[in-house]
Design a protein. Structure first.
Length: 315
């Protein structure tokens, strides 16, 4: 949790090698590691948790009913919101206090850019360019070429020339499904001619989609050994497959050892063991103001003790 909240990108992959780590563990406030990374905006860590932890609960809630998606939307972390939505986070889930969805929380807190990102994802929820069947062809190109090559009369050419002279080019947002959208999809497509290196996704027939749970890398490669109470086994019981490998296969594995927690029998429950100072260990620094404070306190205690002794003698 500390590594995810502070953004320690180098430590989180190392913790993934710990065999008995509970990625869904909650702190006293009900936050999980995913919630902390999402609301802090650490997109690299969020993507790593979503891709390499099969037992990760994306829609786990805190005591107020908030999910990682809602907390990322409240903080305006639009990249984390995108990653969570494409990993299967529930956009329709509402919290128990206000009854708002993640999109409503983003609007309520004034996160305009996050609201626009959610609206854009819902308008095109499936990343088609990452599928093997996608072909980077612009549907509007044929009509535009035909219109440009069609013969024009003299009056049409004159009107276009006058219109071009008196038209002011004002910067505008790119058009929906326009040339910029086409260039982005074409350059990021697997079948793009601009891709210099041959590449292939792990799931070419199952591109990312809003609301669809994306399988983790250990599940795809068949290296995940689901436990008896593992939530990922329940989620993958529908029999979805990727690259011809069934996800619902259960591989045999040894059960995790159960650790019994008991009190130490050597000392009573309320007794504190005194610390033993070791001269070979680094000792904390002694601050000047603390030393003066302790000397003043000792002098006052000695003065009070002398007064008590004098009173006893007089009595």
């Amino acid at each position: 949790m500390l590594a995810c909240s502070k953004g320690f990108v180098d430590i989180v992959p190392l913790l993934q090698k710990c065999p008995y780590i509970n990625i869904n563990q909650q702190d006293n406030d009900g936050n999980t590691a995913l919630m902390m990374a999402a609301q802090a905006g650490h997109i690299t860590i969020v993507n790593y948790l979503l891709n390499y932890y099969p037992a990760l609960e994306v829609d786990q809630r805190d005591p107020r009913g908030l999910t990682a998606l809602m907390k990322a939307a409240v903080q305006g972390r639009r990249d984390c919101v995108t990653a969570l939505l494409l990993a299967g986070a529930d956009l329709q889930a509402v919290d128990a206090v206000k009854g708002k969805t993640a999109r409503e929380w983003a609007t309520f807190t004034g996160r305009f850019e996050t609201t626009v990102r959610i609206r854009t994802l819902l308008r095109r929820p499936r990343a088609e360019q990452f599928a093997a069947q996608y072909r980077p062809e612009w549907p509007a190109l044929a009509a535009l070429v035909a219109k440009a090559l069609s013969p024009k009369s003299r009056s049409e050419r004159l009107s276009e020339k006058i219109r071009s002279i008196f038209t002011f080019n004002i910067p505008r947002d790119p058009k929906e499904d326009g040339v910029l959208d086409h260039m982005v999809r074409m350059t990021t497509s697997l079948a793009s001619p601009f891709v210099a290196t041959a590449c292939q996704t792990v799931c070419p027939d199952s591109p990312p989609e809003v609301g669809k749970r994306r399988l983790s890398v250990p599940e795809i490669l068949g290296r995940h050994v689901p436990d008896e109470g593992d939530a990922s086994e329940t989620r993958s019981a529908g029999g979805s497959s990727c690259n011809g490998h069934a996800v619902s296969d259960v591989f045999p594995g040894e059960p995790l050892p159960k650790i019994k927690v008991s009190k130490a029998s050597g000392s009573p429950a309320g007794e504190k063991k005194p610390r033993v100072k070791d001269k070979h260990l680094l000792q904390p620094p002694q601050w000047r103001y603390k030393m003066l404070k302790e000397e003043k306190k000792a002098a006052e205690e000695a003065k009070t003790g002398e007064k008590k002794k004098k009173k006893k003698k007089k009595g």
